[in-house]
Design a protein around this ligand. Structure first.
Ligand code: NAG
Ligand code: NAG
Ligand code: NAG
Ligand code: NAG
Length: 486
């Protein structure tokens, strides 16, 4: 989800402010647009910064914030990549058997969006209340059985601060790998290095997840070959929710979903046929993404992002919330978390003013056209390497809708793809109730979750509780089991 905080220059530039809860910036009125003028430098305001410790962590232990279950360890702070690049993290030990439980990393998308979104709005130990005044303990927290590590990246995002050197998913992967080296070198966290490691991510995480996972595996191989020095990362699971992975496969999904989805059409048929022509036209969206894939330069890919989001993604949203289409734009849910995070910042050791999305980081990615590059080959590499992988999608999300994500999954070319194509969808039951539809093939699974918007664990369906279906999915996959009904 992707929306910048209001700032005066932006209000002028934006005729319509979309989706309050958004993770993806709106640029000159276009969701995921590309600015035609350079962004003014906009650094998050620093509160007070302690001396950085390059190559080491700075940690506040057991702040008492968010996780209030007695005896559950937590820690928050910074991993300093260099003296001027500090990555924010917040670690919650598993509520059960932390020493042997797996460790899962969580990344929100943007690019430029903070992973505190996932922590406080989706699946952390606490969740924001609907009036944004505080938090309540989350019984479906993902740290029920897994150690959770929430990371704000790249540098500049959320509570992270410092030099903005990252403008591609590949560069982001290298910094996250470096952060993990620092994390496991710390005596408090070294014991988790041998445990099963997982990457879970959402939205722009459709790029981040496959790229980070493939990079971790490549670094492990280089360490084994003696060409890189470092600690092995025991990656065994990848989860990608509502992700942008393969734009060429996924953009037709906007045209299909806008016309027909489980809720209501989003726009009139004339808007849909205009977008349809923009897709197929000579020099249109399809041709531009194809040129980007075909060794396209940064400017070719960046132009494709601008053209496709101007002519397809943005206009087809109509007046509905792009992250949850049953509701008119903007949906006030999930509730705003900025005041809450500001109120706890100094207690947890945070050193900058939190922002949901850093627009400068977003612009750095928009300038390279990273958005329109294809992360499906990395996803295929990771699946074939035997990393248990799940792709999931909420059926009420437009911005990364299930039509696009399922088209991407259908185009995967892995050891399990032919088995996947032979399957029919099965109903996913949670506590005896319908909650979605899924397929398993080998160590790959896909599920469409009913009633869920972009931030899948923030929603509920039928009489199930908020986050209950997502928690069952997470628990099964983390236990190295295929999805199954209960
Ligand atoms: C908060 O708002 C959401 C969306 O309207 C609703 O589904 C949920 O039940 C509300 N939560 C509480 C505790 O009232
Ligand atoms: C786009 O237009 C073509 C030709 O009219 C039609 O076959 C196709 O179904 C349209 N696609 C969508 C998603 O409406
Ligand atoms: C666009 O191309 C698809 C095949 O790629 C075709 O099925 C569809 O009819 C085309 N739409 C238009 C409007 O020409
Ligand atoms: C996929 O197939 C390749 C080639 O046979 C093999 O090396 C690899 O181990 C297989 N991966 C999995 C997860 O089965």
């Amino acid at each position: 989800m992707l929306l910048p905080r209001l700032r005066s220059s932006l209000i002028v530039a934006l005729p319509v402010l979309r989706a309050l809860a958004g993770q993806i910036p709106v640029v000159d009125g276009v969701i995921g647009g590309v600015s035609q003028s350079p962004n003014p430098a906009e650094q998050p305001k620093l509160l007070s910064v302690a001396a950085t410790t390059p190559g080491k962590l700075r940690v506040v232990e057991n702040s008492g914030v968010c996780e209030t279950t007695p005896g559950v360890y937590q820690a928050s702070g910074y991993g300093d990549l260099t003296a001027t690049e500090s990555i924010w993290f917040w670690f919650f030990a598993s509520r059960k058997n932390p020493d042997t439980a797996p460790l899962a990393l969580w990344f929100n998308g943007g690019p430029g969006s903070s992973s505190m979104i996932g922590l406080v709005q989706e699946h952390g130990p606490c969740r924001i209340t609907n009036d944004s005044s505080g938090v309540t303990l989350n019984p479906y927290s993902w740290n029920n059985e897994v150690n959770m590590l929430y990371i704000d990246q790249p540098v500049g995002v959320g509570f992270s601060h410092g030099d903005l050197n990252v403008g591609t998913s590949q560069q982001a992967a290298a910094d996250v790998w470096k952060f993990m080296q620092i994390f496991f070198s710390d005596s408090r966290f070294a014991k988790y290095q041998k445990n099963k490691l997982a990457i879970w991510t959402e939205s722009y995480g459709g790029h981040y997840g496959p790229t980070f996972a493939a990079y971790f595996l490549a670094q492990n191989a280089a360490i084994a070959a003696g060409t890189v020095q470092g600690l092995n990362l025991n990656l065994q699971v990848l989860g990608v929710g509502d992700g942008l992975t393969d734009p060429l496969a996924q953009y037709p999904g906007y045209i299909i979903y806008a016309g027909s989805n489980p809720y209501h059409p989003l726009v009139s048929s004339s808007v849909i046929s205009r977008a349809n022509s923009s897709w197929n036209a000579s020099g249109g969206c399809k041709a531009q993404i194809t040129a980007c894939y075909d060794g396209g330069s940064n400017s070719v890919c960046s132009s494709a992002q601008s053209y496709c989001n101007n002519n397809i993604l943005s206009p087809l949203a109509g007046n509905w919330d792009v992250y949850y289409v049953p509701t008119a734009n903007p949906d006030p849910y999930p509730p705003d978390i900025s005041n809450y995070l500001a109120s706890v910042a100094s207690t947890i050791g945070a050193e900058s003013t939190w922002q949901m999305t850093n627009n400068n980081v977003y612009s750095n990615f928009a300038a390279t056209g990273d958005w329109m590059r294809n992360s499906r080959p990395d996803l295929e590499t990771v699946i074939n390497a035997g990393v248990r992988t799940i792709v999931f999608d909420g059926d009420a999300d437009y911005i990364l809708n299930f039509n696009g994500v399922e088209a991407m999954v259908d185009q995967l070319n892995t050891n399990f793809s032919s088995l996947y194509k032979q399957q029919q969808f099965a109903t996913y039951n949670v506590a005896g109730q319908r909650a979605g539809q899924y397929k398993n093939a080998g160590t790959f699974s896909y599920i469409r979750i009913y009633g869920a918007g972009h931030e899948v664990p923030a929603y509920k369906f039928g009489t199930l509780a908020t986050g209950q279906a997502a928690a069952q999915m997470f628990t099964q996959i983390m236990a190295d089991q295929p999805l199954s009904s209960t």
